[in-house]
Ligand binder design. Structure first.
Ligand SMILES: Nc1ncnc2c1ncn2[C@@H]1O[C@H](COP(=O)(O)OP(=O)(O)OP(=O)(O)O)[C@@H](O)[C@H]1O
Length: 153
């Protein structure tokens, strides 16, 4: 399914119906209206976000509903916070085991995603770790063995 808005598009593929796309055109103009858990909302506001960006208005809720979401938007439009919010909303932090794997094409991006995930998930108590080149594999191993919810390799 494809929603196209000027320079922003969110494609959502409904699970089990991947042969065709249908429109998911709900727009949420505030974070409050998205049905996010309170501690995630606190993290979002504490990070300084007041109003969702265009891609966030369209992308966070379908992500939280478990739909497959492809986001396409220009750099700096808020895609990272969109999928971080979607991941954080669905985590069960009482289970200290890896529940999300975020793949990024560069070390810098993986570390940036780790930072945003940790900041937005601060009040949830999320444990995030970026596995990137140039750092100790032994440290990675130790941290992963101790348990994390989210890994950004
Ligand atoms: N709702 C928001 N309110 C205020 N600032 C925001 C909001 N969403 C994102 N930002 C800020 O805008 C900047 C760009 O956001 P982000 O990195 O999520 O964009 P992106 O689309 O993932 O960019 P890129 O494609 O370059 O990775 C960041 O500084 C982020 O903190």
């Amino acid at each position: 399914m494809r929603v196209s808005v000027i320079r922003h598009s969110v494609k959502c593929n409904l699970e089990g119906q991947d042969e065709f796309f249908t429109s998911y055109d709900e727009v949420y103009e505030s974070f409050d209206g998205m049905g996010l858990q309170e501690n995630l909302l606190r993290g979002i506001y504490a990070y300084g976000f007041e109003k969702p960006s265009a891609i966030q208005q369209r992308g966070i809720v379908p992500f939280c509903k478990g739909l497959d979401v492809i986001q396409q938007a220009q750099s700096g439009t808020g895609k990272t916070a969109t999928f971080c919010s979607g991941v954080l909303q669905q985590l069960d932090v009482t289970l200290v085991q890896c529940q999300a794997l975020v793949l990024a094409p560069t070390r810098e991006l993986a570390q940036q995603i780790e930072k945003v995930m940790r900041a937005l998930g601060d009040y949830i108590g999320v444990k995030v770790h970026a596995c990137v080149g140039g750092t100790s594999v032994l440290d990675d191993k130790r941290i992963l063995q101790a348990g994390v919810h989210d890994v950004c390799p």
